[in-house]
Design a protein around this ligand. Sequence first.
Ligand SMILES: Nc1ncnc2c1ncn2[C@@H]1O[C@H](COP(=O)(O)OP(=O)(O)OP(=O)(O)O)[C@@H](O)[C@H]1O
Length: 268
Amino acid sequence: MTDLTTGGASAISPALELRGISKSFGSVQALEHVDFSAWPGEIHAIVGDNGAGKSTMLKIVTGIHQADAGEIYLNGRTVDLRHNATTVQDLGVAVVYQDLALVECLDIAQNLSLGSLPRRWGIVLDRQRMARDAAKVLSDLKVRVGDVHTPVGLLSGGQRQIIAIARAVRMDKPLILLDEPTAALGVQESARVGTIMGELRAAGKAVVCISHDLEFVFAHADRITVLRLGVSVGTRKTADTTRDEIVGLITGAFPGDPRPTRVTKDAA
Ligand SMILES: Nc1ncnc2c1ncn2[C@@H]1O[C@H](COP(=O)(O)OP(=O)(O)OP(=O)(O)O)[C@@H](O)[C@H]1O
């Protein structure tokens, strides 16, 4: 069982640590002094209402947005706040965005191999190997989506979601970031994603999962961090909290809520 007093197994530093991250868009303070850590061997959920700052936080980690202030550490190493999304894989991070970023006109096998296609002079060399690899990845994950030559554009939303997650798993990075991984999924598929996350945790990876789905979060996360109007209002071990407490933190309906309204620069 993961040691959650330190957050994770016997690791000496978190897979991801944010210290005092702030970000504004014009007058909107999207994040304000956010601290966060996710440890190897941990599933850490980030929850919060619409506009709480969850996606902004993720995009700062992946370099899509630059923080105005604060520090980011990946596996104990400081990360330049200006790093950009093309380097995030090199930093040991696999990410599945809410909009999935699959290439619709490519088939399942090609999408699973994106970024690592065996090529020469821009020409994909070994399609059979790619198809075999893809079939193995999906079979290892017990994902059934039919023929790996099916164009992704023909798949359902749920099937695409699973392919995007499978691609992140295939990258074999120490930190996996998932933005609403069950948004398009039915009950069985959600459970499958939960199982895959559990397997990643067992392999010593840190899994950070943004989700609105509290049932899913309570079923699979080790810890839960709540963002409210750009502020991290609390982190709880799942085993030690209740749905009511988390909903209270999300909505601000708890004593001592530090963020009754969002701060704007004009008001600050
Ligand atoms: N590119 C942007 N330009 C201007 N404002 C932005 C931008 N991105 C986010 N915001 C604002 O920052 C705040 C936080 O948004 P963010 O998308 O991070 O929240 P979220 O918790 O991910 O919400 P949701 O659950 O709806 O996706 C919101 O007020 C949002 O309108």
